[in-house]
Design a protein around this ligand. Structure first.
Ligand code: DX5
Ligand code: ZN
Length: 210
């Protein structure tokens, strides 16, 4: 299992030190919010660029923004290895996936809890990442929405049947219990914010999720 701590729950005033506490994790999940697509605002590419200097981990950037095509370049230049954007955005999804691949960046699509897998069906063969939101995007610390487990199972089944190569990533409400449910459903990557950053022993929390 790959663990991707979400720095949304980190202390932004000491981000460099916060990153040192999660070096055990393979990926770092970076939540970008624009106050339009979701009712919250976070960081831009300059912050990503500054933390890039302090980590060799995979930067997994989750764009919760409208018009993602306008902002992918600055996030790639800032050092993102993966860019995941939402199917619910009004953009040319096919073209944006191709563009990310041209730039040698892994491409992901995310679906909100009320969005069906059918909406991303045409892109499954070329996606590197499918990010299943197990909470409504916008805030950390929410509870896992149980029925999302069915989506994970279906994505895992579709991958097997069709020989697709995407990784199944789950984001929201991950703790020791929900991690186990996701693992059993065939998930490859767990994004966890509060479970890791609010833990007394972050290393132990990461190992426990693994
Ligand atoms: C929510 C973000 C998540 C968030 C998860 O919109 O996409 O990455 O940080 O936080 P927890 O793990 O606290 O649910
Ligand atoms: Zn996220």
């Amino acid at each position: 299992m790959i663990i991707a701590p979400s720095i949304l729950s980190a202390d932004f005033s000491i981000l460099k030190e916060e990153i040192k506490t999660i070096l055990e994790a393979e990926w770092i999940h970076i939540d970008i919010m624009d106050g339009h697509f979701v009712p919250n605002l976070t960081i831009g590419p300059d912050v990503v660029k500054s933390i890039r200097k302090h980590s060799k981990q995979v930067f997994d950037t989750h764009l919760m923004i409208d018009e993602p095509e306008k902002y992918v370049d600055p996030f790639i230049e800032a050092g993102s290895d993966h860019i995941t954007f939402h199917i619910e955005t009004d953009t040319d999804h096919d073209a944006l996936i191709d563009y990310l691949h041209e730039k040698d960046v892994k491409a992901g699509l995310s679906i909100k809890p009320n969005t069906s897998i059918q909406t991303i069906q045409p892109y499954l063969h070329k996606l590197d990442i499918i990010l299943v939101m197990s909470v409504e995007p916008g805030f950390g610390g929410q509870s896992f929405i149980e029925p999302m487990v069915e989506k994970m199972k279906k994505l895992s089944r579709l991958r097997k049947e069709n020989d697709y190569h995407y990784k199944i990533v789950v984001d929201g409400g991950i703790n020791a219990k929900t991690a186990k449910q996701c693992k059993d459903a065939g998930v490859d990557v767990l994004v966890a914010g509060s479970y890791i950053f609010k833990a007394n022993d972050r290393l132990k929390a990461i190992r426990c999720l693994k």
